[in-house]
Design a binder for this molecule. Structure first.
Ligand SMILES: *[C@@H]1O[C@H](CO)[C@@H](O)[C@H](O)[C@H]1NC(C)=O
Ligand SMILES: *[C@@H]1O[C@H](CO)[C@@H](O)[C@H](O)[C@H]1NC(C)=O
Ligand SMILES: *[C@@H]1O[C@H](CO)[C@@H](O)[C@H](O)[C@H]1NC(C)=O
Ligand SMILES: *[C@@H]1O[C@H](CO)[C@@H](O)[C@H](O)[C@H]1NC(C)=O
Ligand SMILES: *[C@@H]1O[C@H](CO)[C@@H](O)[C@H](O)[C@H]1NC(C)=O
Ligand SMILES: *[C@@H]1O[C@H](CO)[C@@H](O)[C@H](O)[C@H]1NC(C)=O
Ligand SMILES: *[C@@H]1O[C@H](CO)[C@@H](O)[C@H](O)[C@H]1NC(C)=O
Ligand SMILES: *[C@@H]1O[C@H](CO)[C@@H](O)[C@H](O)[C@H]1NC(C)=O
Ligand SMILES: *[C@@H]1O[C@H](CO)[C@@H](O)[C@H](O)[C@H]1NC(C)=O
Length: 190
């Protein structure tokens, strides 16, 4: 295995060097992000008007170590590769922009998410029922937005939740009964 790593680094270096700001990034020699995850993440960021920096390969965000521009400060992406050649996006953190108002539907295609932090973004409207897709979430923070309506009935698959922060929104009504079955939920700020 030893000679492989320098080779990959050299190839990645070539790809970075070839990239021009504002032009499509050339494909990496080895795709490591699940294609559906990569497409969904790109769509999410496009909807939010957040551009990837020139060193980010849109087809392989998990292979990126160097997120520049606004990302370094307020957004991060984490992946799990688990010894598999294909990495899945497991962590997404986009906080503190204050100018993001919609939850893009493509977000709910990131079905391997374990942690999602969308706090301090001015998101509005109801929490979409498609949140049911995110059944692996352990951490879900969306505090300090303008989300309204009930905590969705469709959230019952999210029984791995450990940390749920939803304060400073306009969520109304009681939690659905099934929340009593979220036995790992020890960090709830409603
Ligand atoms: C999201 O998933 C749906 C089907 O589950 C698919 O039709 C759609 O193309 C996906 N969107 C993106 C941006 O990956
Ligand atoms: C939000 O602000 C960031 C910079 O702070 C900008 O890059 C982005 O385009 C803005 N998004 C929207 C939807 O206005
Ligand atoms: C997301 O990033 C912000 C800013 O770096 C940080 O304060 C917060 O703890 C992160 N959230 C999670 C769930 O990691
Ligand atoms: C990033 O978040 C911090 C608070 O965590 C905020 O002060 C700052 O304005 C945000 N930056 C952008 C580009 O929105
Ligand atoms: C937050 O959204 C509201 C509309 O829902 C808008 O009036 C306000 O200007 C937004 N705040 C920022 C900082 O973009
Ligand atoms: C997300 O859930 C909706 C229904 O709630 C479903 O139609 C869609 O196919 C799901 N997407 C993925 C990627 O699982
Ligand atoms: C959620 O389900 C309960 C029980 O089935 C029902 O009484 C309530 O109206 C539902 N709420 C919504 C917003 O669908
Ligand atoms: C809760 O946490 C335990 C221990 O970390 C884990 O084994 C279990 O799968 C988690 N989920 C549920 C629904 O209990
Ligand atoms: C909680 O879980 C138990 C056992 O799986 C089930 O019988 C019960 O219907 C669940 N309660 C709710 C409100 O979902």
């Amino acid at each position: 295995m030893a000679p492989l790593l320098p080779l990959l680094l050299a190839l990645a270096g070539l790809a970075v060097a070839a990239a021009q700001p504002g032009q499509p990034f050339p494909p990496f020699p080895q795709q490591s992000t699940d294609a559906s995850d990569a497409a969904a993440l790109l769509a999410v960021f496009q909807r939010w008007g957040l551009r990837y920096g020139p060193t980010v390969n849109p087809g392989d965000p998990c292979g990126t170590r160097d997120w520049i521009e606004s990302f370094a400060q307020n957004a991060s992406v984490g992946c799990s590769c688990d010894g598999s050649p294909v990495c899945r996006i497991t962590h997404l953190n986009v906080t503190g922009y204050w100018n993001l108002t919609e939850i893009p539907p493509e977000l709910f295609n990131l079905t391997e998410l374990v942690s999602l932090d969308l706090s301090n973004n001015n998101l509005s409207g109801a929490i979409p029922p498609e949140v049911a897709n995110l059944s692996k979430l352990e951490t879900w923070h969306f505090n300090n937005n303008q989300l309204s309506g009930p905590f969705p009935n469709e959230s019952s698959p999210l029984r791995n939740l450990q940390s749920l922060w939803m304060f400073d929104n306009y969520i109304e009504g009681l939690f659905p009964d099934f929340i009593a079955n979220f036995t790992n939920l020890t960090d709830l700020y409603a």
